[in-house]
Design a protein around this ligand. Structure first.
Ligand code: AMP
Ligand code: ZN
Length: 473
């Protein structure tokens, strides 16, 4: 039974879907004006692990991930996220391209990165620009019900009309007044009101007709429009990075619940940020990494996936190149074991003794059930690998195909792609013996074994933690 931390209740809750056996899930997707970075990747990978685990538990999951191609303003870290320039338009002007050229390019790149990271594609990727009529309908309802007001062609949500405003982030209006980095807008009744519709200045490229002005939607309204369009007024899960909690998701709750009159989302799941060398990623600090930068250093996307799995999603993950080396060693350990299992031919006698697998499966599920504890789940897998390798060394693993199947199951849930090194078992065994010799600091023996491997046509490459990768010459 999955227990998951819900930002709304601020505690772990047993997961109970609205409809038996089915899960509806909305993931705030990218604003397609730049390459996504490894922090964004973490924010998309965690919901992917959640979805994979829910599917493993037998649920049919429907996941929607939006593409923000309009309305996300540059000052999104300030106040209500409705000041500054449109990020996409700004980039288009800078590069002398149309907004559509910018969004098409970065959207394509986003999909490629997700694919390389083995993130399952959402069932649908709605684009904000294709849902402006739906946004206008919600805004009309909000005005009609008295939750929103129009002023000089702009429409704002009146936060004082929604008593629950702040229930997600824990902010309340009184505290917010103090010291808030608010940019006063002359048309706002209260400083914390947020824009639903913005009248476009003359030079603004992206604009639509509306009952209020020729303009463009606020950033928050797009997610309310697209999530309810495809998942209904109430959905099971909504995910995002921790910076989405306020103002973005707080605003989504306010405007959606006021428009529909029902609860919007049952479980809010937020991934904490990824930092690099202990500090926030930023282009100016030169510590801003994309998947391409990871690959340039010789690491694979699945090694990055391995690293992201090594931290709990509710702890900040500190990215370092040393931790990438560790992730590489860990993945190699899994791949070496996988290759050994595949090429292991148990003797008739050995078949009588098998590896007991149930315990590992149970422990893995227990870890995942506990708020998707991936580091704990990984440690269960490594115990399984250590025990399995030992049995292989002693010729006591009589059921390699069953063990292989279990390893594949674990890998599928975590989205890891295992690679079989086409290495004969004899070579793998010698490499394992060499590892032990190195551990015992018997370097003469270790060199001798390396030569034997070399003569058989293979090369062992030593990596972190006394681990190795075997390659064909
Ligand atoms: P954006 O395109 O800026 O809206 O961000 C896309 C997603 O990535 C959002 O869910 C953000 O919360 C998330 N995100 C942004 N920066 C980081 C980071 N450093 N670590 C983890 N997630 C992040
Ligand atoms: Zn969103």
């Amino acid at each position: 039974m999955l227990n998951i931390y819900n930002t709304l209740s601020k505690k772990k809750e047993e997961f109970k879907p609205i409809n038996a056996g089915k899960v509806s899930m909305y993931t705030c997707g990218p604003t397609v004006y730049d390459y996504i970075h490894i922090g964004n990747i973490r924010a998309y990978m965690i919901p992917d692990v959640l979805r994979r685990y829910l599917e493993y538990c037998g649920y049919e999951v429907r996941q929607i991930k939006n593409i923000t191609d309009v309305g996300h303003l540059t000052n999104d870290d300030m106040a209500q996220g409705d000041t500054g320039d449109d990020k996409i338009e700004k980039k288009a002007l800078k590069e002398n391209k149309t907004p559509a050229e910018i969004t098409e390019f970065y959207e394509k790149d986003f999909h490629e990165v997700e694919k390389e990271m083995n993130i399952l594609p959402a069932h649908y990727f709605p684009r904000a620009t294709a849902h402006v009529p739906q946004m206008i309908r919600i805004i009309e309802t909000l005005i009609k019900k008295g939750f929103a007001y129009e002023m000089n062609g702009n429409v704002f949500f009146d936060v004082t009309k929604f008593a629950d405003y702040g229930k997600l982030s824990g902010n309340n209006l009184e505290d917010l007044q103090v010291g808030a980095r608010l940019e006063e807008h002359p048309d706002k009744k209260n400083p914390w009101d947020f824009a639903l519709w913005i009248k476009a200045p003359k030079e603004h490229i992206l604009h639509w007709d509306s009952p209020w002005s020729v303009g463009y939607p606020g950033w928050h309204i797009e997610c309310s429009a697209m999530s309810t369009e495809y998942l209904g007024d109430t959905m099971d899960i909504h995910t995002g990075g921790e910076d989405n909690i306020f103002p973005h998701h707080e605003a989504e709750i306010a405007q959606t619940e006021c428009a529909t009159g029902v609860k919007f989302v049952n479980y809010w799941i937020h991934t904490r940020h990824l930092k690099v060398d202990g500090v926030k990623m930023s282009k100016s600090k030169n510590n801003f990494y994309t998947l391409e930068n990871i690959k340039e250093k010789g690491f694979s996307p699945i090694e990055l996936r391995m690293l992201i799995l090594s931290a709990h999603h509710r702890t900040q993950l500190n990215f370092t190149w040393a931790s990438m080396e560790q992730a590489r060693a860990n993945l190699a350990t899994l791949n070496n074991f996988y290759s050994r299992l595949l090429s292991h031919e148990p003797t008739t006698e050995e078949k009588l003794s098998g590896m007991t697998l149930e315990g590992y499966k149970k422990d893995f599920e227990e870890a995942m059930d506990d708020d998707l504890n991936t580091p704990k789940a990984m440690s269960v897998i490594f115990q399984f690998v250590t025990d399995g390798n030992k049995l292989l060394d002693e010729n006591l693993l009589g059921n390699p195909m069953e063990a292989k199947k279990l390893l594949e199951t674990f890998a599928k849930v975590l989205g890891l792609i295992l690679q079989v090194a086409e290495i004969p078992e004899a070579v793998q065994k010698i490499a394992q013996e060499r590892k032990e010799a190195r551990q015992n600091k018997d370097f003469a023996k270790s060199d001798e074994l390396r030569d034997t491997i070399d003569k058989l046509g293979y090369i062992v490459e030593d990596i972190k933690d006394n681990n190795f990768i075997i390659k064909k010459k």
